[in-house]
Design a protein around this ligand. Structure first.
Ligand code: BTN
Length: 114
């Protein structure tokens, strides 16, 4: 899958209970460190209409102290191509509790199959 920022993710086989894992390669970063591959783990509903909701966490521990969580839903577009509409929260590590207020960013990403 690739999103509108150019980030790529690979999702491995979804388990019978809806759990899945995969790899996330972000195209952008708030850190100064070189970007590296991150792990992801998530859970999806297994609805037969294939328009399932899901959530997953991305842990960029190899280059970042942040944690990102995504929630979304799969749709079949007008062209019958699958698309994932997601919203995310990105939690940055801050040094003190007084900086807590500025530690969370939010946004939206759309993913298409590549
Ligand atoms: C960091 O900046 O600390 C780690 C990388 C975070 C990448 C974020 S997650 C939400 C947004 N969507 C992406 O594809 N990349 C950014």
């Amino acid at each position: 899958w690739e999103n509108d920022l150019g980030s790529k993710m690979q999702v491995f086989k979804v388990g019978k209970d809806g759990t899945f894992s995969g790899e996330y390669h972000t195209a952008v970063s708030s850190t100064e460190e070189p970007i590296r591959l991150s792990q992801l783990t998530g859970f999806q509903h297994l609805d037969e209409d294939e328009q399932c909701t899901f959530g997953f966490t991305v842990n960029g521990k190899k280059f970042s102290d942040s944690t990102a969580v995504f929630v979304g839903q799969c749709f079949n577009g007008d062209d019958r191509k699958e698309v994932l509409h997601t919203s995310w929260l990105l939690r940055e590590k801050v040094d003190s509790e007084s900086d807590d207020w500025k530690a969370t960013r939010t946004g939206r990403n759309t993913f298409s199959r590549i």
